[in-house]
Design a protein around this ligand. Structure first.
Ligand code: ZN
Ligand code: ZN
Length: 458
């Protein structure tokens, strides 16, 4: 089979790889490239193959950088099935509709401005109708169950332990086995199971997002969150926690549930204020088959994503009413990098008060509002207004859903049993991939960091 690395080659987003076997073509992921608007438009709108010729797509997990360009593929003629786990199918459906809605909204605004300037209107990458059509093409398959979506190509999905429903894909052709990691999770994280180690692999396509870094342990994060809350209680702070709607919000809820059980949250109400996060949490409740043993136990006794002080905010009126509430209180809201969503309003109303706290819970990309807050800018601009930054900022970097450099090397070692010939590193900035490549060299294994449009035959 031939593998062509297209997206997430020497970069993180836009995961997309083309596989060809006996003139039959299929894709691993079809993610959205995220970056500056013009570059993203150019990369996302063109495919170096004819979408009509693609027989199927194997989707590793729901994150937009893996699924977000599927509606565009469908719009351009792809009509085959998109195979993924059942949980991935449900989360992807929510995320694609959300992505299409945001695009339609953004382009309406953009086109108003263009018309005022006498410029022709532009089309979004895809619309809600394209997303709806794509959702109909999603087909659920079980973990650990081989299927043959293309003649002579046997595929099995295993739990990747990254987010609910995430999978490692094993592709078997003519007795040769290729593993595609998708995004690989960490051991011992709450809610989901650990990544599954698959043996007897000949070649591996491995993510390398944090190839050069080591995360703080999760146990430290639970302690850190408790300390921040104790400090917030003393100062009657409002704690604003910008969080991704998928996995990070649910992870925070389970951590807070533990603290509630310990008695630490007695007088502290917690609000989850993101319609998308609330809907994704409902999907979590529908998929206990993806939970780890601990979460199944809690699920059998009640709801792992609820406790008496917790409120899922329903509408914008209720969201606005939080502005007038006195601390201590905790608001978890999207987006995780503060680039939109209801969290921006909560920041506007709390960022200027030195008693308040902003707790960032993940990677903050360059040029985002979250990054500026993290770097301690004295003033930040939100919706064209400047705000003095007086609230105290924390970063809980150890909540990452990605394996770090050590985990990735351990995964390669655990998978290897003399048969593994080469590892291809993708989904990482070049420095991160190179650091991991150095580590892989120390165990005497060959690896490569393919450039985009490189084809290999295996
Ligand atoms: Zn991911
Ligand atoms: Zn990813």
């Amino acid at each position: 089979m031939d593998v062509t690395f297209i997206g997430a080659a020497r970069t993180v987003t836009g995961s997309l790889h083309l596989i060809e076997h006996n003139k039959q073509k299929f894709l691993l992921d079809c993610g959205m490239f995220q970056g500056h608007r013009e570059e993203a438009e150019r990369i996302n709108s063109t495919f170096p193959f004819k979408p009509k010729e693609i027989k199927t797509v194997i989707l590793s997990h729901a994150h937009i950088d893996h699924s977000g360009n599927l509606p565009n593929l469908v719009k351009r003629g792809f009509s085959g099935p998109i195979f993924c786990t059942s949980a991935t199918k449900d989360i992807t459906s929510l995320l694609l509709l959300d992505s299409a809605k945001i695009q339609e909204y953004d382009f309406e605004y953009l086109n108003k401005k263009r018309t005022e300037k006498g410029m022709p209107p532009k089309q979004p990458l895809y619309t809600i109708a394209d997303a709806e059509k794509t959702i109909e093409q999603l087909q659920a398959v079980d973990y650990n169950t081989s299927f043959e979506p293309v003649t002579g190509v046997h595929i099995t999905l295993h739990d990747a332990g990254h987010i609910l429903g995430s999978s490692v894909t094993v592709i078997e052709v003519d007795g040769k086995r290729l593993l595609f990691s998708g995004d690989l999770g960490r051991k011992g994280m709450p809610i989901i199971r650990d990544p599954v180690v698959v043996k007897d692999i000949d070649y591996m396509i491995l993510e390398s997002t944090y190839g050069a870094r080591q995360h703080h342990s999760f146990e430290n994060m639970q302690k850190e969150l408790k300390e921040i809350i104790e400090a917030a209680k003393k100062k009657s702070s409002k704690m604003i926690i910008p969080a991704f709607a998928v996995e990070r919000t649910q992870l925070l809820v389970t951590m807070l549930k533990n603290l509630f059980d310990e008695g630490c949250l007695k007088s502290v109400p917690v609000y989850v204020d993101s319609p998308l996060a609330s809907n994704v949490t409902d999907v979590f409740r529908r998929h206990p088959e993806c939970f780890d043993a601990e979460t199944i136990k809690i699920f059998n006794e009640g709801d792992p994503f609820n406790f008496p002080n917790l409120h899922y905010v329903a509408d914008t009126d209720e969201s606005k009413s939080l502005n007038d509430k006195a601390g201590p209180l905790i608001i978890i809201s999207a987006s995780g990098m503060c680039e939109g969503g209801r969290v921006t309003h909560h920041l506007i109303h709390s960022i200027g008060d030195a008693r308040n706290m902003i707790v960032l819970t993940g990677f903050q990309a360059h040029a985002t509002l979250g990054r500026k807050i993290l770097e301690g800018a004295p003033k930040v601009t939100i919706f064209n207004d400047d705000f003095e930054m007086r609230a105290k900022t924390y970063l809980m970097a150890g909540l990452s859903a990605h394996a770090d450099g050590n985990d990735l090397l351990e995964y390669v070692k655990a998978t290897r049993n003399g048969q593994l010939k080469k590892v291809y590193l993708v989904h990482g900035e070049i420095e991160e991939s190179q650091a991991l490549q150095e580590q892989i060299k120390t165990i005497g294994l060959d690896s490569d960091i393919p450039q985009t449009l490189t084809t290999i035959t295996i």
